[in-house]
Design a protein. Sequence first.
Length: 135
Amino acid sequence: MKKIHIVVIVVIAVAIAAIMSTVADSSTYASFTVAQNNAGEEYHVVGKLNKEKEMIYNPEVNANLFSFYLEDNEGKELKVNYKGTKPQDFERSEQIVICGKIVGNEFEANKILMKCPSKYNTGQAGELPGNTAKP
């Protein structure tokens, strides 16, 4: 075989591997209701932290278990168990995306993505924090 044939075969193999890894990692956004109706399938659920209910994280007992309550965009609330450490500034997040699946009556998350409040929002368009200069 010529070298160009080997290079083409390698490029095609890499392209197929990239496509397969993308497809294997894809899961859809859903509500807790959809996730409960399809238990065992992975979903991304978007919601807000219920700050009035307890968050359980005790690194001295189990550093890889963090539990909290999340209310999805449809208003349904479930307990979420995350097998990992509590993310920094978790309480300050505006919106949370959890990736995982329903196990029993709880959501087992394997990934947490947070949208934190912007430090640049001051309420006035075009105004920067700390800008005291007068026009």
